[in-house]
Design a protein around this ligand. Structure first.
Ligand code: TXA
Ligand code: MG
Length: 327
């Protein structure tokens, strides 16, 4: 049985209330949702994704008032961020209370909370009386889905329903942040920048996204290889690679550059106008498309400008290419 795809929020809510998992849209990427308070439903997420239990899930809520029911307290710095950046592509780690089951956080004392900014997802959250645990709706380690059809293609046999909210506006996973000893740490880069977080909170902000390879990373997004296509992807200065590559079998992902030596159907200029947000929103769909094309054997991706969401784009490309590329 393949999942149904539709825009019926009441249908999605019914499945969640019955303990099923469903695909849901957010502004970042699609999530694989379950009732965060239902241990068995949450366990299904891990088996469907083949995700290790050490990798904690983000808890999606509709309001700060709802989050207050599941944390020990809401520190001032997080109130500021919530006020200005939620609903939005930011996940905040907060000390949870015992109402959040251990399975959701891999038994860690903190849980990641996020109020997502997508009208259908918010409508769904308002139509149920529990928070939604949801990782990205892809098999563990693969590229996150940014369209309902991506979820259907990979997990469609394992879930009853995908709530179709169209293409994700941001297209990269949320920025993850938490506090340790008065310093705010960014554990995953996303659309929200450290400068913005520092400005809003007045606290020092530190990037802590260095890759970890042990079996219990703080965030799986920190694993060396993640978000990866099955095909080899080289990221960096691609000019040298281009000269050696077999033209018919090589695809290029660029920001604005038209590489004349690359065939038109193999060249993906993510934003001819030079808009990094536009490039970010298209990146994962293009990576998927190339992974599925039988004529393509190698993917070359440019280094994007290290500014704004370009930093998160480079982070994902680096992880997609880890251990296979030079520069
Ligand atoms: O944009 C997003 O964040 C999307 C949408 C669906 O909300 N979700 C997402 O979830 O990317 P996931 O599970 O694919 O990635 C969430 C990351 C994981 O790497 C996980 O390890 C980390 O967040 N994380 C979640 N809870 C955590 C916690 N309590 N402590 C440390 N890391 C946590
Ligand atoms: Mg993920």
């Amino acid at each position: 049985m393949k999942a149904f795809v539709g825009k019926d929020v009441a249908q999605a809510a019914d499945y969640l209330k019955q303990g099923y998992t469903v695909g849901v849209p957010t502004e970042t990427v699609y999530g694989l949702a379950a009732n965060a308070l239902d241990l068995i439903a949450v366990a299904k997420i891990f088996s469907i994704k083949e995700r290790p239990f050490f990798d904690p899930l983000i808890v999606h809520c509709r309001s700060i008032e709802q989050i207050a029911d599941y944390v020990i307290h809401i520190p001032d710095w997080s109130k500021k961020l919530a006020e200005f950046l939620w609903p939005g592509p930011l996940t905040i780690l907060l000390n949870r209370n015992s109402r959040i089951p251990d399975i959701v956080t891999a038994a860690l004392p903190k849980a990641g909370f996020r109020i997502p900014n997508h009208p259908l997802m918010l409508e769904l959250l308002w139509s149920i009386n529990f928070p939604i645990a949801a990782p990205s709706a892809n098999p563990f380690g693969y590229i996150s889905p940014t369209k309902a059809e991506h979820v259907l293609a990979q997990l469609g046999e394992k879930i009853p329903y995908v709530l179709d909210g169209g293409a994700c506006r941001v297209g990269l996973e949320s920025t993850i942040i938490g506090e340790e000893n008065g310093i705010l740490h960014v554990y995953r880069k996303g659309a929200v920048q450290e400068t913005r977080i520092a400005e809003l909170t007045g606290l020092p902000v530190q990037l802590s996204v260095n890759p970890v390879t042990q079996s219990t990373p703080m965030a799986a997004g920190m694993l060396n290889q993640h978000y990866a296509p099955h095909k080899p992807l080289f990221w960096g200065n691609i000019a040298d690679y281009l000269q050696q590559a077999v033209p018919d079998e090589t695809a290029v992902i660029s920001f604005t550059t038209n590489y004349n030596e690359v065939a038109k159907e193999n060249l993906f200029v993510l934003s001819p106008a030079g808009n990094l947000e536009e490039a970010a929103s298209k990146l994962f769909a293009v990576m998927r498309q190339l992974d599925e094309r039988s004529d393509i054997k190698l993917i070359l991706a440019e280094r994007f400008p290290e500014e704004g969401i370009g930093r998160a784009i480079n982070d994902r490309l680096k992880k997609a290419s880890s251990r296979r590329s030079a520069s």
